[in-house]
Ligand binder design. Structure first.
Ligand SMILES: Nc1ncnc2c1ncn2[C@@H]1O[C@H](COP(=O)(O)OP(=O)(O)O)[C@@H](O)[C@H]1O
Ligand SMILES: [Mg+2]
Length: 307
């Protein structure tokens, strides 16, 4: 990740009385003096007071998130808490019922069809269980978004595809069919395909699901490397704590429709919050219940008495 030289960070201090209240990435804050946000720490994407539900059921409420350029940010939380939905809001696949999803200075929810198409061109998405096109070779899979979104001549497409495949270590596998490569390799091809257009924002939905430990480690490192090489911003949705924490700069932990806790991986690791602890330690019971809410055992088995 490109770092800004120190002297650029500490110019023109502003007086501030409420550093403790300063939002994430609002610039550094030392001894009550806050410093402006350096250019490379700009916000690329911001969710502001977002509500969203499917039908009448609110899934996310009053959600606020910021994604800073150059960072890898994790969105974590239990199944069904709304992680995929958050990515769908960002990609404009669904619209917030309240609040805004700002990508740069554009409100994703207010785009025309063409505007949205233009914005999506700047986003790369690795969908949950995102499969490759099985009837196309590895090469064709990576070429697909380039053909779909650009009018580049075939020679240039070839160079770009080979560069992208090289970045994930699979230049030599270009002519294979997806059925002829391992699950870990297929995930890497999917990464190459998602990054084909050099997106500013990469979104990964459960990128480690179903991978063996070695492929999992490789995929995690690749996500970080691709982010830094592209100068992009990445969002990882995952419940894989060790791998995600090893590459993330910042973590949003979502529960009960909103952000339950946020911070750096080190801060979350040190958290004593029971929900976060249960998630990190993988304990079977805690704020997330092992037993789905039910009648008492006694009532269900008709044995009378109190449960
Ligand atoms: N298309 C849909 N229609 C209705 N409910 C949905 C739909 N997609 C997701 N949901 C519900 O919204 C909630 C959040 O889903 P999702 O964002 O997929 O969760 P996560 O990715 O965190 O597991 C879940 O309760 C899920 O059942
Ligand atoms: Mg999901």
């Amino acid at each position: 990740m490109s770092k800004i030289p120190k002297k650029e960070v500490v110019k023109q201090p502003r007086q501030s009385t409420d550093c403790a209240q300063a939002p994430y990435n609002s610039g550094s804050c030392v001894n009550g003096i806050s410093y402006p946000v350096p250019a490379s720490f700009e916000t690329l994407l911001e969710l502001r007071d977002v509500d969203f539900g499917y039908g009448d059921r609110l899934v996310l409420s009053n959600l606020n998130m910021r994604f800073t350029r150059g960072q890898v940010v994790a969105v974590m939380g239990g199944s069904g808490c709304g992680k995929t939905t958050t990515l769908r809001l960002i990609g404009g696949l669904v619209k917030a019922s309240r609040g805004q999803v700002m990508f740069g200075d554009q409100d994703v929810g207010k785009q025309t069809r063409e505007g949205l198409y233009g914005l999506r061109r700047r986003m790369g998405m690795l969908f949950q269980f995102g499969a490759l096109f099985t009837d196309q070779t590895v090469y064709e899979n990576v070429a697909f978004p380039l053909r779909e979104h650009t009018d580049l001549p075939e020679e240039l497409i070839r160079d770009l595809v080979l560069m992208k495949l090289n970045a994930v270590g699979l230049r030599g596998a270009r002519d294979f069919a997806p059925s002829g490569i391992s699950g870990g390799m297929a995930r890497r091809v999917a990464l190459a395909r998602a990054s084909a257009l050099d997106p500013e924002l990469m979104m990964y939905d459960e990128p480690f699901a179903g991978l063996d430990p070695i492929s999992l480690g490789i995929t995690a490192k690749l996500i970080r490397t691709l982010n830094d090489a592209l100068g992009a911003t990445s969002i990882i949705v995952s419940h894989d704590v060790p791998e995600t924490f090893s590459i993330a700069d910042y973590v949003y932990f979502v529960a009960n429709g909103g952000i339950h806790v946020e911070g750096t991986p080190a801060e979350l690791r040190a958290s004593q919050d029971p929900t976060v602890r249960q998630f990190i330690d993988g304990t079977p019971d805690g704020p997330f219940k092992f037993h789905y809410a039910s009648e008492s055992l006694a009532a269900d088995f008709g044995i009378g008495g109190q449960a």
